[in-house]
Design a protein around this ligand. Structure first.
Ligand code: NAD
Ligand code: UDP
Length: 311
C-alpha cells in the first residue's frame, strides 16, 4: 500500500514510518518540522519506498494514497502552548484537509486522538464511553478541544460522506527519539537524572500517569488501522499507573543518578489521575502492551545517555 504519515518526522510518527516501511509499504512522510526533525527519519531516507514532503497540514494538498495516519500536531504541553492558535488550527483545519483528501481518493484515515479528550477525568480508569471533563477556556484547551473537534470531524465525515475512519485515543507514550527539548515528563526526568541535575516534580507529585512504550503503541495503531468493521474510538496505552513522584524515584534508580527531587508549581488544569481501560482494544484488536515500564525506561535512558555523550 501507499501510506501517508502526517507528523512522520516526530517521535511517534518516525517509529510508525519505520515499522510500515519494514512491512513493505511505500511511505510518504509529511511534516512541517515544528517539533519533528530530519534526524528522526534519516535512517529511512535511503529506501526508495520512502518519500519526505515538507508541508503544513493546515494547507490543503492532494496525494494518491491508500492509508492516512494523521499524527501531525505538537503533543507536549510546552510546544502546543507555544502557539495555541496554530495548535487548534492544526487539529481542526488540518484534520478537515486530511479528511477531504481521504474522501477524494477513498483512503482509510486514522486520527491520532488522545487521552486528553477525557480532560481531568472523574471516571477512573477511563473507558471510551466516558465523555470527559475538559475546561474549554484553559491553557490546555487548544490541544484538548482541538482533538475533540478532530474526533467530531472524523465521525461526521464518516456519517455524512462514508469516509472510512479509525480513531485511537493515545495515552502517555515514551521511548527513544523524544526530542531533548520536548518538555514532557519522561524526557525531562531522564535528562535531568543523567546530568545529575534537580528533578522537577510539578505539584506534590501525587498526580498519576500510565506510560506506554512506543513499539507497543505503534503496534496498536497499525492493528486498529487494519481492523475491519471497527472504527473506534479505542484507547491505546499501558494501564501500569504511577504517581509522578514514584516515577521520578524510579528514574533516579534506573539512571543510577545522584539527582535530588525538587517541587515546582503544578501547571493549570494538570489532570490528577490517568489510566486507560484497554478492555476494548483487547477484545477488538487482540492488543495489549508487551513492554514493562522498567524495561522501556531502561532502553530510553540508554538512548538519551548515548545522545548526550554519557553512554
Ligand atoms: P511530536 O511533537 O514528536 O510529533 C508531532 C509531529 O507533527 C512533529 O514532527 C511536528 O513537526 C509535526 N507537525 C506539527 N504540526 C504540524 C502541521 N501543522 N503540519 C505538519 N506537521 C506538523 O509528538 P508525538 O508524541 O510524536 O505525537 C504524535 C501524535 O500523537 C500527535 O497528534 C499527538 O497529539 C498524538 N499523541 C501522542 C501522545 C504521546 O504520548 N506521545 C499521546 C497522545 C496523543
Ligand atoms: N511533569 C513534572 N515535571 C516535568 C514535566 C512534567 O512533574 O518536568 C508532570 C506534569 O505536571 C504532569 C505529568 O508530569 O502531571 C505528565 O506531564 P507531561 O507533560 O509529560 O504529559 P501530560 O500532562 O500531557 O500527560
Amino acid at each position: 500500500m501507499r501510506i501517508l504519515v502526517t507528523g512522520g518526522a516526530g517521535f511517534l510518527g518516525s517509529h510508525l514510518c519505520g515499522r510500515l516501511l519494514d512491512e513493505g509499504h511505500d511511505i510518504i512522510c509529511l511534516d512541517n518540522f515544528f517539533t519533528g526533525s530530519k534526524d528522526n527519519i534519516i535512517h529511512l531516507m535511503d529506501s526508495h519506498r520512502f518519500e519526505l514532503v515538507r508541508h503544513d497540514i493546515t494547507e490543503p494538498l492532494l496525494l494518491e494514497v491508500d492509508r492516512i495516519y494523521n499524527l501531525a500536531c505538537p503533543a507536549s504541553p510546552v510546544h502546543y502552548q507555544y502557539n495555541p492558535v496554530k495548535t487548534i488550527k492544526t487539529s481542526v483545519m488540518g484534520t478537515i484537509n486530511m479528511l477531504g483528501m481521504a474522501k477524494r481518493v477513498k483512503a482509510r484515515i486514522l486520527q491520532a486522538s488522545t487521552s486528553e479528550v477525557y480532560g481531568d477525568p472523574q471516571v477512573h480508569p477511563q473507558t471510551e464511553g466516558y465523555w470527559g471533563n475538559v475546561n474549554p477556556i484553559g491553557i490546555r484547551s487548544c490541544y484538548d478541544e482541538g482533538k475533540r473537534v478532530a474526533e467530531t470531524l472524523m465521525m461526521d465525515y464518516h456519517r455524512q460522506n462514508s469516509v472510512d475512519i479509525r480513531i485511537v485515543r493515545i495515552f502517555n507514550t515514551y521511548g527513544p527519539r523524544m526530542a531533548e527539548n520536548d518538555g514532557r515528563v519522561v524526557s525531562n526526568f531522564i535528562l535531568q537524572a543523567l546530568r545529575n541535575e534537580e528533578i522537577t516534580v510539578y505539584g506534590d507529585g501525587s498526580q498519576t500517569r500510565s506510560f506506554c512504550y512506543v513499539s507497543d503503541l505503534v503496534d496498536g495503531m497499525i492493528r486498529m488501522m487494519e481492523c475491519d468493521n471497527f472504527i473506534g474510538p479505542v484507547n491505546l496505552g499501558n494501564p501500569d499507573e504511577n504517581s509522578i513522584l514514584e516515577f521520578a524515584e524510579k528514574i533516579i534508580t534506573i539512571a543510577n543518578s545522584s539527582s535530588r527531587i525538587i517541587f515546582k508549581p503544578l501547571p493549570q488544569d494538570d489532570p490528577k489521575q490517568r489510566q486507560p481501560d484497554i478492555s476494548l482494544a483487547g477484545y477488538k484488536l487482540g492488543w495489549k502492551p508487551q513492554v514493562a515500564l522498567d524495561a522501556g525506561l531502561g532502553t530510553t535512558t540508554r538512548y538519551f545517555a548515548a545522545r548526550i555523550g554519557k553512554g
